[in-house]
Design a protein around this ligand. Structure first.
Ligand SMILES: Nc1ccn([C@@H]2O[C@H](COP(=O)(O)OP(=O)(O)OP(=O)(O)O)[C@@H](O)[C@H]2O)c(=O)n1
Ligand SMILES: [Mg+2]
Length: 398
């Protein structure tokens, strides 16, 4: 198979491959870029594999960065882009199921492709656009299958994260998991315990916001991968609702919120849950606000002040979560009411503390309380948002 019209992201890299070839080495595009090219998906970066050793790569290019010399990777800055160029290698001795103890450089592409996770990720392309397909990856692309290269058990023992990558790719690409590969995940899901939460989380989120996340989540449950991630063990009954959701989440905040709601996690426990998953403070705070507003929606219609306090982003995110969960909610009315609020942030209030002091109110708790009352009244539409009206209101108090 030969690709004739390569997208710009590849043609821009052709001089890099040429320079390696002119230096007497082999060089290929590998990995996700080749897969995504054949699937007509957006390509975010192109990786290059070569027979040249890292030192030899560095001699050929002016600007390089030692990204992962030990693992054979040099970053080359060329034109407006940067390329990770990795020496053909096999990875041997994965004592801890995580990272290779050492890599062995090899002289041919075949051995390099053999150590990769899935057949669709083990395709290579040379600078003439010719596809090298040693493991029937093109056929699996056509049949939309995630299939391990060679022995799946071996691939998962080398790097257990690959089991999460399998369900992540299912979701992102709308692929199925090939039977033997799926069986190997079922048999070895416990290996995931060896993997850092951060790496698991990144794959889990990519799965959660992919266009096929409900199907992928079903496999995540069927294979018992869910038993080996933070706070999910023994919760498969609650999580079984996920594949039956109305829509797939498209935002990370929505994904976490939906999970927390399905798991029936108490408000006070959200923080712990998010931290167990090593989420950032910003992500945790955003999710807490969404879940809190969602709970409020389930009980009653929020007041204008509650809508004001939530803010537009949290309101829209919460509406999104309600839609995903199939919770009936009059989102149009809520958005209309929010848009009609007299002020959308405290800074839009016509007066501030200094104004109240000039009106004779002493600085202290009483002033703060008065400021809040004014804000609530303005938001409720009971007081006009200008100095005159507010001044008159203040004069009438005590
Ligand atoms: N645990 C892993 C991670 C990566 N790879 C190989 O390294 C390539 C690049 O890895 P990475 O960038 O993590 O994944 P991509 O397949 O490129 O997917 P993405 O589009 O998310 O970058 C993969 O295609 C695959 O050949 C692997 O075999 N095992
Ligand atoms: Mg990649």
């Amino acid at each position: 198979m030969k690709i004739n019209n390569l997208p710009n992201i590849f043609t821009a890299a052709l001089p890099v491959l040429e320079r390696l070839e002119n230096g007497g080495f082999e060089a290929y595009f590998v990995g996700g870029a080749v897969r995504d090219l054949l699937l007509n998906r957006h390509i975010h970066d192109v990786d290059i594999a070569t027979s040249a050793y890292p030192e030899e790569v560095k001699e050929l290019f002016q600007k390089t960065i030692d990204t992962g010399i030990k693992h054979g990777t040099v970053t080359v800055l060329y034109g407006d882009s940067s390329y990770e160029i990795t020496t053909f290698r096999t990875e041997s001795g994965y004592q801890d199921y995580r990272r290779p103890d050492h890599v062995t450089f090899v002289q041919n592409l075949d051995a390099d492709l053999k150590r990769r996770d899935f057949t669709i990720n083990a395709l290579a392309m040379n600078l003439r656009g010719e596809i090298i397909d040693l493991f029937d990856g093109l056929n699996d692309l056509k049949n939309r299958l995630i299939k391990a290269v060679g022995n799946p058990e071996q691939r998962f023992h080398e790097d257990a994260l690959r089991m999460m990558r399998a369900v992540r790719f299912m979701s992102q690409l709308k692929f199925k998991l090939e039977d033997k590969t799926k069986q190997a995940v079922k048999d070895h899901h416990q290996l995931l315990k060896k993997i850092s939460v951060e790496r698991i989380r990144d794959e889990f989120v990519k799965m959660g916001i992919g266009p096929h996340s409900r199907q992928a989540f079903q496999t995540f449950l069927d294979t018992n991968l869910s038993e080996d991630v933070p706070d999910f063990a023994g919760k498969s009954d609650l999580l079984a609702v996920y594949p039956k959701l109305k829509f797939n989440p498209t935002e990370e905040t929505s994904f976490w919120s939906v999970i927390i709601i399905l798991l029936k996690i108490q408000d006070t426990q959200i923080n712990k849950f998010m931290r167990d998953w090593k989420n950032s403070n910003a992500m945790t705070e955003a999710v807490e606000k969404i879940v809190t507003l969602f709970d409020l929606f389930s009980e009653r219609i929020p007041t204008d002040y509650e809508l004001f306090k939530a803010g537009k982003t949290v309101l829209l995110n919460t509406i999104d979560v309600a839609h995903i969960l199939g919770q009936p909610i009059d989102s149009e009315a809520l958005v209309d009411r929010y848009m009609a609020l007299p002020i959308k942030s405290s800074s839009e209030l016509a007066i501030d503390g200094r104004f109240l002091i000039k009106q004779g109110i002493e600085p202290g708790p009483k002033l703060g309380k008065m400021l809040n009352t004014i804000k609530e009244k303005v938001i409720a539409g009971e007081l006009e948002n200008n100095e005159e009206a507010i001044g008159a209101f203040v004069a009438k108090q005590d």
